[in-house]
Design a protein around this ligand. Sequence first.
Ligand code: LGS
Length: 453
Amino acid sequence: MSERTPAMPTDSPPNGFLWGAATSAYQIEGSPLADGAGPSIWHRFAHTPGRVLNDDTGDIACDHYSRWREDVALMASLGLNAYRFSVAWARILPEGTGRVNQAGLDFYRHLVDALLEQGIEPMLTLYHWDLPEALDARGGWASDASPGWFADYAQILYRALGDRVRLWITLNEPWVITAGGYLYGDLAPGHCNPRESAIVAHNLLRAHAAASASGRAEGIERIGLAVNLEPQDPASDSPEDQDAAARRDAFINRWFLDPVFFGRYPAQMQTIFGTDWPDFSASELDALRAPPDFVGVNYYSRSVVRADPTAQPVGARRVRQDTRPHTAMDWEVHPQGLTDILVWIQGRYGNPPVYITENGAAFEDPQPVAGRLRDRERLAYLRSHLRAASRALRRGVDLRGYFAWSLLDNFEWSYGYAKRFGLVRVDPVDRQRLIKDSGRFYRDAIRRYGGGR
Ligand code: LGS
């Protein structure tokens, strides 16, 4: 397509399409212990020397905890009609269970009210990786009690905000929580234990089911799950590479979706984990069936996969596509993968409602000049992925909205502040906000195709 082809086709997205941006609590808020909040595993992890690049922490982050009004105004000026954010569990329940901290609830209630006043639909993620430290001390997600803790926490929020928040997400990226936190160890709490990771995954699925049930009991109608998905393309047509890609597809794309839709794990999980795979009973598996009202898709890239027995536990590794463009994270820019993965969901899981809950890219930004930041690569990434989303719409995918990752440059987990995904620049010294060219482009695209606000 030529540079001039519009981002969306003339048959623009359906009425009520959500045009949003996404963030998460620990990545933007700062002031993690303010007003009675308890510490989270990310607070501890970031304060452990050597865990995060440059030993960066979320102590200040984007200072959204004090600047949230300004940030809502920024969203309005971008023309967003939706905003996805997460709630910090330890602000609501400093010890993880039990005593509720009213100041924490008030923070999110004020935020939600300000969004609604601007006609911006809130999409609330209950868990985006910041488990209360007090619960980690009781075994964290490996504890058999964790689904109950989560459902109780969810119930508090349903009751506090259920009259104004329509769209709920239980967990953000259970795969990343499991693999990053408990298998590879690069994310909090930093464990490397295959057997434990399989149990954690199972408990996260139980937690999703339990929080969905408690939401139903409170009359909440739209409860989703946000998953990271990436097409797994075999590097060759050799049976080894095809099998490797199929294993990685089960591991990354189906480990969580198959259980919630079908009440079973992909057969390959047993192959991948071997003796570390627990023996789940039929009733345990059946209890995992909790089809979400919508699937939240976080899409960044695809993987081209080669068999490699040394790359455990999956026996597969990604092959870098050297001739293709890559982001600052070294992820291939591959917009067609977004269309492909949406069409895959449509076929495999019966065309459920879908939101793209994250899509975006880190690039090295130039310095702003005269109040303008020309982030051409991010703009091109955004444009090509909006087109990819529109192709999925044309193929009948029930796509209801698009959320750019991210509204703001923020704390990119183990990369600290080194990787910037924002449509809006946050000055590293004074935290001043500046809408980048990609943000202006997004605003124009919303105006043009959106229905917008
Ligand atoms: O900031 C995180 C973004 C950035 O890139 C966000 O908190 C997460 O929800 C999400 O995981 N995020 C993210 N994921 C990209 C993973 C891409 C992997 C593609 C290549 C495979 C190695």
